[in-house]
Design a protein around this ligand. Structure first.
Ligand code: FAD
Ligand code: PYC
Length: 434
């Protein structure tokens, strides 16, 4: 019999056979009873009048922050306030590429910290996040791309991060659908490969962290939008919400595309532009695409989900917007590039298209920091590439909130750098989507 402690993520997993029997009986029982007895993975409590810490935003980063606050710092008097549903923002809209092949030491440290957490995340959360290290291939189309990618390879290796150079023939051997013909408008001249890179299941990451945080006493409150941030002088004291005022000793804003909106409620102007980033999936086909392939130069990337759909992504729309759509011409341009690089997909039909709003900083690096308002912390600016950082970001942001000082890994990712000029320019590593 599978017990509640296991389902709530508190005890070790039962054997495979036990699990299978449980799943079959549980599915049948719940199908016949209209899911009435299906135990929720987390509670839906009413908001309390006050918390030690309030996290604004129930995406992966907010939930991971709450999880590590409880687990690593013993702070369980925490609420995560989400205006919609968990993971309904960029966490559930992204294309799930995970890699740590960034250029600068500061970035290498934070993305590799995250990669290491990914490598144990299913065990940590006792939840299958379907992390698949199938390799991320970044294509070069000429000497400029080659120099940029090789510079990344050398820098990564100095930081102990795997990254290697492949010839066009080696790239094709790794990714057979790739067209390495010379007739292409932008022929493939080589590729950088991070073998430990790959994909994960985005919803599962949110759900796994939510279940783990809830099991440690965190209140996860959906359909609760923050509409105001209350200050007493230079100190934050609480938040106004659609479900009433909630007092808070500390507030962490983890609202991705809406960071500027929420921070403006506290009287702070952020160095951020919010733009749509879109993605598409094809009709499902049998396993045909073994890795993630990205071409920064021609703005396209592709992988295949476990359902069989080809997951295809594009660059950002170049205008500020909060409409989660994305323009047709961007999708059209991306599909032209995909069909040229992978001609076997030319007759596949596209099934769905959507967008998320991503918050981009001038140097394409995140901000994880204290703010000039005491007790108010911000985690944002991940732009088009924050899914991969979810575990690491939550881990170091929890440290920052709990101790009121940054973890050494996020110390460089301050707000002040946009005033002092000490930028961490990752425009090239940010890849296709920028
Ligand atoms: P979100 O998941 O957006 O969470 C923020 C939450 O805050 C939302 O749920 C929102 O509803 C909530 N919120 C906002 N305002 C309020 C309020 N006033 N009150 C309460 N709640 C509020 N990254 C990668 O690493 N790899 C990829 O392959 C990749 N692909 C992408 C593809 C697309 C199409 C998009 C849009 C993004 C992609 N990204 C990718 C970026 C990645 O999705 C984000 O950086 C990351 O998911 C951000 O996580 P988050 O938890 O900060 O944000
Ligand atoms: O950051 O690797 C990335 C990415 C891929 C697609 C969107 N972002």
């Amino acid at each position: 019999m599978v017990n509640d402690a296991y389902r709530r993520g508190r005890s070790a997993a039962p054997s495979h056979g036990t699990m299978q029997r449980y799943s079959i009986f549980s599915l049948a029982r719940n199908a016949l009873t209209g899911h009435r007895n299906w135990q929720a993975a987390w509670r839906s409590p009413e908001p309390r009048p006050a918390y030690e810490v309030v996290i604004v935003g129930g995406g992966g980063h907010g939930l991971a922050t709450a999880y590590y606050l409880a687990k690593e710092h013993g702070i369980t008097n925490v609420a995560v306030l989400e205006k919609g549903w968990l993971g309904g923002g960029n966490t559930g809209r992204n294309t799930t590429v995970v890699r740590s092949n960034y250029l600068y030491d500061e970035s290498a440290a934070i993305y590799e910290h995250s990669m290491k957490l990914w490598e144990g995340l299913a065990q940590e959360l006792n939840y299958n996040v379907m992390f698949s290290q199938r390799g991320v291939l970044m294509l070069a189309h000429g000497s400029h791309d080659e120099q940029v990618l090789k510079r990344h390879i050398h820098a990564d290796r100095l930081n102990g991060i795997d990254n290697e150079w492949l010839t066009p023939a080696q790239a094709k051997a790794f990714c057979p659908p790739l067209n390495i013909g010379k007739e292409l408008r932008y022929p493939v001249t080589g590729a950088a490969l991070q073998r430990r890179g790959g994909t994960a299941r985005h919803d599962a990451v949110a759900w796994g962290y939510a279940r783990g945080a809830d099991a440690r006493g965190v209140d996860i409150i959906q359909n609760c939008a923050v509409t105001g941030v209350r200050r007493d002088g230079d100190r934050v004291v609480g938040v106004e919400t659609t479900r009433g005022y909630i007092a808070a000793g500390k507030v962490g804003v983890v609202a991705a595309g809406h960071t500027s909106v929420v921070m403006a409620m506290a009287g702070l102007r952020m160095p951020i532009e919010s733009v749509p980033l879109q993605a598409l999936v094809s009709e499902p086909v049998k396993p045909v695409f073994p890795c993630v392939a990205m071409s920064n130069a021609i703005h396209a990337y592709i992988s295949q989900s476990d359902k069989g759909e080809l997951v295809i992504g594009a660059g950002t729309d170049q205008y500020v917007s909060y409409g989660q759509r994305g323009s047709f011409h961007i999708a059209e341009h991306t599909l032209e590039a995909i069909v040229e690089l992978f001609p076997i997909f030319s007759r596949l039909r596209m099934l769905r298209q959507w967008a998320g709003i991503v918050d981009c900083t001038p140097d394409r690096s995140p901000i994880l920091a204290r703010t000039p308002v005491r007790g108010l912390y911000v985690n944002c600016g991940w732009g088009t590439g924050g899914f991969k950082a979810t575990p690491g970001s939550g881990h170091v942001f929890a440290h920052t909130i709990a101790r009121d000082e940054p973890h050494p890994i996020n110390a460089p990712f301050t707000l002040e750098r946009f005033r002092t000029g000490r930028l961490i320019d990752e425009a090239a590593a940010a890849a296709v989507a920028h």
